[in-house]
Design a protein around this ligand. Structure first.
Ligand code: GLY
Length: 564
């Protein structure tokens, strides 16, 4: 408790001296027809150009995914995976799971030593951390089902950037400088294109090998990545670095169209990602709990509001740890977890007066199933089609391993499995049987690409990066707009906090809770830890009452909205 006290007073002091006013009333870019919001201005512009040329939201999504793989290599990717949620202009929802899979040679104890202890970093860095990438297959599938422009026109803008170079932003230069040691340590072929004594803002990055790989994808589609020379390069890289992905794993990879998770909370319909992401279920659980409390009256991030959100998050993340995993391998009790009576029952031991100890909060018992460093971008086109995509390599720059000769990074998504029951992953998340490693299984995710309808009309496209904090970031942004009436940009600007059951503390951005709320929370028994560098990075588009679109681009990153 002494440690808890020290932490909270540290946070209070920091809050008092550094509490910069977050402009929660700031309005973002407003356009009349179409918009893209992504983590990089060049990627947003490429997406907006595709929309201007008559491409639809899915065309733009494909072009933005490949552009991010070039200009935002910490999370944009072709060597990773993601989830895409779609809402056609007539309201029909769809969802694409292009999450990575465990290679066929993966097994439950692959990250444990002979004493059964987790070997540090083995699932986080280097060749063994990589799952079989899903991005290229996902983009091919998305384009085949919903695209309208020729495939090659959507890949070409990324090739242009990789071949001719692009200027580094200040934040990207800082990140590349931080990775230099790992790039040397974990690569079997020096990735000269990213090695430099010191990267500066404005330096030009040219990625010739990546341009070549993208050229194969442009010309051959799926076969340009999962077969032929790219597949050979990936297998050769694995052999040099003692990884286990084979050409057969690549040939066997398939992304999957899934029925999105939907839920009605008041006049909002939530359309979000189904397992193997935990995002959709957790978000609907959180919104359902929050709806029962007069949060508007209590005020944004007041002690009572923050306490309710934290207590809801504590219980929802306990459910995540027990019940969620790849539905192709584990019977996830989706209907039980989304049952309103079940969700409300989870709060029966809640007290407005004091924090609950996470050790006494167990996962709930929903009715069993009856039937058998990430980035997000949001798009709305002129016809009203909406796409919400979250894509990732997992940590910043994934496994840190570039495929020699291929010029692209491989993910470290295997760390999203539970290496051992109760052993925390890099986000501190714990898991059990539902998320144990098995060959060809998909690892559980927190990605929450989401589309909201209000009164049956398209209302918001939203999602975020941030590992375990993705869900709570999306949750708080929705609450900021729906309950507290912030504009889209203000809702993204606003300070965030996060609780995930275990470890039992609130992560709080500087200034997010403010000194009085911080003190009030501490008096209720909450422990608070400061989170430097911010929580999550979000990208949102709000449909305004007059039909125009307002962007919410992340001020914590280089994000930008573009549209017309
Ligand atoms: N790799 C982060 C997530 O999928 O939750």
């Amino acid at each position: 408790m002494l440690v808890g006290k020290r932490i909270v007073f540290f946070v209070l002091t920091i809050n008092l001296v550094s509490c910069k006013i977050q402009d929660v009333q700031e309005k973002g870019l407003v356009t009349s027809k179409a918009m893209v919001v992504s983590a990089h201005p060049l990627a947003s512009q490429i997406g907006a150009d595709i929309l201007k040329r008559g491409g639809n939201a899915m065309d733009a999504a494909v072009a933005v995914q490949f552009a991010l793989a070039v200009v935002y290599p910490d999370a944009g990717n072709i060597g990773g995976g993601g989830f895409l949620v779609f809402r056609k202009h007539d309201g029909t929802p769809d969802a694409l799971d292009y999450r990575e899979k465990a290679p066929a040679a993966a097994h439950r104890n692959m990250y444990l030593d002979q004493n059964g202890e987790v070997i540090p970093n083995l699932s986080r860095k280097g060749h063994l951390a990589a799952g079989v990438p899903g991005t290229v297959d996902g983009m091919v599938q998305a384009h085949q089902k919903y695209g309208s422009l020729p495939w090659r026109d959507l890949v070409q803008p990324a090739i242009f950037l990789a071949e001719n170079g692009f200027p580094l932003t200040k934040k990207e230069a800082v990140k590349l400088n931080e990775e230099q040691k790992d790039f040397i340590k974990y690569n079997t072929r020096r990735p000269a294109f990213f090695l430099k004594k010191r990267w500066e803002e404005g330096d030009t990055v040219v990625l010739k090998d990546l341009a070549k790989t993208l050229g194969l994808i442009r010309d051959k589609g799926r076969a340009g990545f999962y077969e032929g020379s790219t597949a050979e390069l990936i297998e050769a890289e694995m052999n040099r670095g003692k990884g286990i992905i084979t050409q057969a794993d690549l040939a066997n990879y398939q992304s999957v169209w899934r029925k999105p998770i939907t839920g009605q909370v008041g006049n909002l319909k939530i359309i979000s990602m189904t397992p193997p992401s935990s995002g959709g279920i957790a978000l609907i659980q959180l919104l359902t709990i929050a709806q029962k409390f007069p949060l508007k009256e209590w005020g944004w991030n007041s002690v009572k509001t923050a306490h309710v959100l934290v207590e809801a998050e504590r219980r929802v993340y306990a459910d995540r740890a027990r019940h969620l995993g790849d539905p192709d391998f584990y019977q996830v009790p989706v209907a039980g977890l989304l049952d309103t009576a079940y969700i409300r029952k989870r709060m029966t031991d809640f007290s407005l007066k004091k924090a609950t100890d996470s050790d006494v909060v167990s996962p709930g018992t929903p009715a069993p199933q009856e039937n058998p460093h990430t980035t997000h971008y949001s798009i709305i086109d002129a016809q009203g089609n909406a796409v919400s995509v979250t894509t990732t390599l997992n940590s910043n720059f994934g496994s840190k391993v570039f495929v020699g000769g291929g010029g692209f990074l491989l993910n470290n998504e295997m760390d999203d499995f539970s290496a051992k029951p109760g052993a925390p992953n890099s986000y501190g998340l714990v898991g059990e049987e539902a998320n144990a490693i098995a060959p060809n299984k998909r690892m559980l995710s927190s990605m929450t690409p989401t589309i909201l309808e209000k009164d049956e009309k398209l209302f918001m496209v939203i999602g975020a990066m941030g590992g375990s904090t993705i869900i709570t970031t999306v949750f708080q942004i929705i609450m900021n707009v729906v309950v507290h009436d912030f504009p889209m940009q203000g809702a993204v600007n606003a300070g965030r906090f996060h609780h995930q059951w275990k470890p039992d503390w609130i992560l709080s951005e500087w200034g997010a809770l403010g000194p009085f709320t911080g003190l009030g929370m501490w008096l209720k028994g909450h422990k608070i830890a400061p989170k430097t560098g911010g929580i999550g990075r979000a990208a949102g588009i709000l449909v305004l009452p007059d039909g125009r679109l307002e962007g919410g681009a992340e001020p914590r990153g280089d994000d930008a909205a573009a549209g017309f």
